[in-house]
Design a protein around this ligand. Structure first.
Ligand SMILES: Cc1cc2nc3c(=O)[nH]c(=O)nc-3n(C[C@H](O)[C@H](O)[C@H](O)COP(=O)(O)OP(=O)(O)OC[C@H]3O[C@@H](n4cnc5c(N)ncnc54)[C@H](O)[C@@H]3O)c2cc1C
Length: 393
């Protein structure tokens, strides 16, 4: 039987960071993970370069039923604190866009940094360890695992959400929450591509590979980035962002000329080149292949500009400014970057992440009902929530 002060289940971003913090305080810490390979998700993140934080991170970039919950942790361990740590390790990084910071070289740098922090703090990390049973006694927790029995005073659940099961994701954390009487909010895939109904897919799949500037709007939320047509449906940053706000059955409105007035542009073209075909005029703003496919799909006739009279030019512009698409669904947890929902934050202290009614039990990272936007926010939540728990476990 192994006895330690703290056991962290889950050696992902939040778990490793929390373990290092607790170890630095002189606590003996064991991190247990069932995966064969530690840090698989970190290595895959940001296309292999890990978008490790966002310069503009604030509580407004998170979805959570209690919109105040993340404020405390985010302000106690900020993006600037993590950026200092990255700089201390000499890891080169750059801003890609919108405050998103990526490693210049490889996500491996971030994983190695976390493992080195654990190592310096004396926290051990054990992989391929299945936790079979957890029991709570007066002085702490007893765990039966595939690598023997463990005892600890504080137990931290950092097992993440359901996205990407092939990287080790499991519902373990939700089951532990339920075992100890905490509520789990319904989960669904977030930051995930949309799939399309057959009538849309059969046309739009031809546009695979085309990316357009667009704003995606749904449920009073809007993201102005770009969208990408794929052979399976619709992806790209604006789509991934809005997918976290979309509910099945709803339509998403895309503005495909988000930074200007397409009517004005077409009207100008009509005055100066009345004999030019609409498709050629639109070719100034969109790829040719897109225009050729989308005009018949949107039910717009392709005529010389002079033939669009009255409101008809306006209607053409409107079809691009307000393209309504009803997705069939999403690609689900197989490709989703995050899981929406999770352990209900009403049951947790926002200062320490400890369960209010279960002394010594903590939940950190994605397992909780806190989900960041695309752009480094989810890792920032892992660091911030891991940090505050690490100060008290
Ligand atoms: C492909 C991809 C790319 C991403 N890119 C970014 C990005 O660039 N920037 C960003 O901010 N976010 C990104 N994310 C989201 C980010 O990776 C997660 O939000 C973050 O890793 C959550 O940290 P976590 O520690 O809570 O969970 P995870 O990192 O998922 O770690 C959970 C750990 O728990 C272990 N575990 C699960 N079940 C058990 C069990 N039963 N027993 C023991 N161990 C268990 C898992 O093996 C895993 O190691 C990406 C996600 C994906 C899938």
């Amino acid at each position: 039987m192994k006895k330690v002060d703290v056991i962290v289940i889950g050696a992902g971003a939040a778990g490793l960071f929390c373990a290092a913090q607790a170890g630095k305080r002189g606590r003996s810490v064991a991190v247990l993970d069932h995966a064969k390979r530690i840090g698989g998700k970190i290595l895959m993140s940001g296309g292999g370069r890990c978008n490790f934080t966002n310069m503009y991170a604030s509580h407004e970039n998170f979805l959570c039923d209690n919109k105040h919950f993340c404020k405390s942790a985010l302000s106690r361990y900020t993006q600037w604190d993590f950026i200092s740590l990255v700089a201390e390790y000499g890891i080169a990084y750059h801003e890609k866009t919108l405050g998103q910071l990526f490693c210049d070289d490889s996500a491996k740098d971030i994983l190695n940094m976390l493992l080195s922090e654990c190592n310096k703090a004396g926290a051990t990390v054990t992989n391929q360890c299945d936790v079979l049973k957890i029991e709570k006694g007066d002085s702490g927790f007893t765990l039966q695992t595939s690598k023997g029995e463990y005892q600890c005073e504080s137990l931290v659940i950092a097992t993440g959400g359901l996205s990407m099961p092939k990287l080790g994701a499991s519902p373990f954390g939700y089951k532990v929450a339920e075992q100890f009487g905490l509520t789990v909010k319904p989960t669904r895939a977030g930051l995930v591509p949309f799939t399309l109904h057959e009538q849309d897919k059969s046309v739009l799949a031809e546009l695979s590979g085309i990316s357009l500037d667009a704003s995606a709007n749904c449920n009073d939320t809007s993201f102005n980035e770009n969208i990408l047509f794929t052979h399976r449906g619709l992806s790209g940053p604006a789509v991934l962002q809005i997918s976290s706000f979309w509910e099945p059955g709803q339509a998403v409105e895309f503005d495909l000329y988000p930074n200007g007035d397409l009517y004005e542009q077409l009207h100008k073209a009509q005055q100066s080149q009345p004999d030019v075909l609409l498709s050629n005029a639109l070719g100034a703003f969109y790829p040719k292949r897109y225009v050729q496919t989308v005009l018949p799909y949107l039910g717009i006739e392709n005529k010389p500009l002079k033939q669009y009279q009255g409101k008809s030019l306006n209607e053409v512009a409107k079809a691009f400014h307000q393209w309504h698409l009803k997705p069939n669904g999403t690609e689900g947890y197989r490709t989703a970057e995050v899981t929406l929902g999770g352990v209900d934050t009403d049951f947790l202290s926002s200062k320490t992440m400890e369960a209010k009614d279960v002394k010594g039990l903590y939940f950190i990272g994605e397992v909780m009902d806190v989900t960041g936007w695309l752009g480094g926010y989810n890792f920032q939540w892992a660091w911030s929530s891991g940090y505050v728990a690490g100060q008290v476990v």
